[in-house]
Design a protein around this ligand. Structure first.
Ligand SMILES: Nc1ncnc2c1ncn2[C@@H]1O[C@H](COP(=O)(O)OP(=O)(O)OP(=O)(O)O)[C@@H](O)[C@H]1O
Ligand SMILES: [Mg+2]
Length: 223
């Protein structure tokens, strides 16, 4: 479904340049459950941003269902992202003026193909799955770090994406909550072939992964 061919990424700041990815070849198929580990600065977030079509490579190509991505077609990219790909960022990116429930609804607001009732049903379902029903009218600043992380997870799931990309998704969660949410993700993975790709330091994720990769100095190895 998503393929990287010899993808390299170099960041240039003034005269200095940093190579964050070096000729990465990677294929992600429907139903994959992939974990990427590796030290800080090894290129994990850079890789996730390219897989999520948020950033373009310096060289190499990215193919989606066999079609090469052209980064100039910004509107097309935005549509692909909003329909097929969800992100769970470490920094949550919640909207501070919206309630928890409204934040979870955000990815569905522009979706004319889903009825209002279905939208409400999905939001209520994921707010419940993530254990947040009692806090549904709270705003982000009235929630703990772990609760905010769970809002970000619920928000990523309501659109039923084909691919969920998560950068350290369990970083702020206690192990019991992590376990519960990972089990839900595993069920979705099994029943709906939703693909998941995680960058993480959390060893709990290893027991859920189908494939574990290691990133080292911008080079991706199968672990
Ligand atoms: N926007 C940017 N501009 C310049 N350099 C960057 C940028 N983003 C990342 N880098 C550099 O690219 C390299 C890879 O960074 P990246 O964020 O992908 O690492 P990471 O594996 O996600 O690290 P961490 O585990 O700390 O999140 C690092 O050397 C980093 O300093
Ligand atoms: Mg990172």
């Amino acid at each position: 479904m998503l393929e990287l061919r010899k993808v390299s990424k170099t960041y240039t700041i003034g005269k200095a340049s940093v190579t964050a990815l070096q000729a990465v070849d990677f294929t992600l198929n429907r139903g994959d459950f992939v974990v990427i580990r590796g030290p800080s600065g090894s290129g994990k977030s850079t890789l996730l941003n390219i897989l999520g079509l948020l950033d373009s490579p310096t060289s190499g190509s990215v193919l989606l269902n066999g079609e090469t991505i052209t980064y100039e077609d910004y509107d097309k990219l935005a549509v692909i992202r909003s329909r097929s790909i969800s992100f769970i960022f470490q920094a949550f990116n919640l909207n501070p003026v919206l309630t928890l429930e409204e934040n979870v609804m955000v990815p569905l607001m522009i979706r004319a193909d889903i009825s209002k009732d279905e939208k409400r049903r999905r939001v209520a379902e994921w707010v419940e799955h993530t254990g947040l029903t009692p806090y549904r009218h709270h705003r982000p600043d009235e929630l703990s770090g772990g609760q905010r992380q769970r809002v970000a997870i619920a928000r990523a799931m309501v659109s039923k994406p084909e691919l969920v990309i998560a950068d350290e998704p369990t970083a702020n969660l206690d192990s019991q909550t992590s376990q519960k949410i990972l089990e839900l993700m595993r069920t979705l993975n099994a029943e709906q072939s939703t693909a998941f790709i995680f960058a993480t330091h959390d060893p709990l994720l290893d027991s859920f992964a189908k494939n574990i990769y290691r990133m080292q100095d911008g080079i991706l190895h199968l672990a």
